[in-house]
Design a protein around this ligand. Structure first.
Ligand code: SAM
Length: 363
């Protein structure tokens, strides 16, 4: 008699891949719950909390107990939260070693920030499916939380290391900023990076430009709240920056994760060359990857970055009638574009805290 199986998988060569798939579905679901835990302040509420019931945790976080209890079920099943059974109600605890990677107190190490990209990308799945069939792109307006999440993300990869690691990439930059120079940040989003620089270096002036009127409005409000007079923000489409850039107007230009999702990245780079004063320097943070699929097989977050590219970076560029370069344009193509833009010197740096990006110092 042939052996009976409920599925064709157990005991066959497919078993390891089936296990991998199930594990992946579990972890994908965990990302949705981790994003909610971050946004609702649940991880923060559980930090340093002794084992507590769902009601106690909900009360501390100011949330609905029934939802918190179900969330704790997902956290327990994923072994991120421990559980103690008790007659008068189970007790849950977030171990300190997990709190160190999931709470706001963890600063740049808070990986729950990144979990938000999964629901953010999932929210446009219907639009993306349409694009797979008909081409075209999904515009920024379809991602209402994008700039908020991006600002949190760059708060970790840039702001957290701004003084200790980012500024020292360019020899003499700190001294020049102290003395007083003009710095332009393109694709500045909510402008947190130059707002911080403006606070640190009152003798320098900073300007941010971005396509998003919402992000620029947010940046202006924050600068006003801080009473800063040496930082300004402009709504601008940089697609023809090669022609619109003022000649020799800035000492330093920066882009933080803001070239690959432009409509016309090469035009932006040509404009940067034009807007820089002779001897000026361009500092670019952009995705660390190979330009070839085969070169990214062992990339630690390759699946995540190609997915973010397909469902955001590439599609927002295509929605502008742009090139759709994509986040994974890679180091080889980055060097090629910089050369085509007229730059002659490119130094590539890696920062230990930022596994996602390369840091290019360009002249
Ligand atoms: C990945 S975000 C980076 C934002 C910011 N630099 C940060 O690190 O938080 C890319 C930015 O490029 C801007 N952008 C995209 N296309 C643009 C265009 N054609 N002109 C100007 N800015 C554009 C977006 O609005 C977005 O703020």
């Amino acid at each position: 008699m042939p052996e009976e199986h409920t599925t064709g998988i157990p005991g066959t060569d497919l078993q390891p891949f089936a296990d991998w798939l199930l594990d992946t579905f579990n972890r994908g679901a965990f990302c949705l719950m981790a994003s909610i835990g971050h946004r609702c302040g649940l991880f923060d509420a559980m930090r340093d909390m002794p084992p507590a019931t769902s009601a106690e945790i909900a009360r501390r976080a100011g949330l609905n107990e029934r939802y918190v209890r179900e969330w704790l079920g997902a956290m327990t099943a994923s072994r991120v939260v421990t559980i103690e059974r008790a007659e008068d109600g189970d007790r849950y605890r977030l171990p300190p070693e997990h709190a160190a990677l999931l709470t706001r107190a963890a600063g740049a190490d808070n990986l729950a920030v990144l979990a938000q990209y999964i629901p953010l990308l999932g929210s446009v799945e219907d639009d993306i499916v349409r694009c797979f069939r008909t081409g075209g792109g999904v515009p920024y307006e379809r991602f209402p939380r994008f700039h908020e999440v991006m600002a949190e993300d760059s708060g970790q990869s840039v702001l957290s290391a701004l003084e200790s690691h980012v500024l020292p990439l360019v020899p003499g930059l700190r001294d020049d900023l102290t003395r007083g120079i003009r710095l332009l940040d393109l694709g500045c989003g909510r402008g947190r990076i130059i707002t911080r620089l403006a606070q640190l270096f009152p003798r320098s002036t900073f300007e941010g430009r971005d396509l998003s009127a919402d992000a620029v409005a947010h940046a202006r409000t924050e600068a006003e709240r801080l009473g800063l007079r040496n930082v300004s923000f402009v709504v601008a489409d940089l697609s023809d920056f090669d022609r619109t850039a003022e000649e020799h107007a800035f000492d330093v230009v920066t882009t933080f994760d803001a070239v690959h999702d432009q409509a016309r990245p090469l035009n932006l780079l040509k404009g940067i060359r034009r807007v820089l004063k002779p001897g000026g320097v361009y500092l670019m943070q952009d995705i660390r990857a190979s330009s070839h699929h085969a070169g990214n097989v062992d990339h630690p977050i390759g699946t995540l970055l190609y997915t973010a590219s397909c469902m955001h970076c590439m599609t927002v560029s295509l929605a502008q009638g742009g090139e759709g370069l994509g986040a994974m344009w890679g180091e080889e193509k980055t060097r090629e574009y910089l050369r085509d833009a007229g730059f002659t010197s490119v130094d590539v740096h890696r920062l230990a805290h930022d596994i996602q990006n390369n840091w290019y110092v360009v002249r």
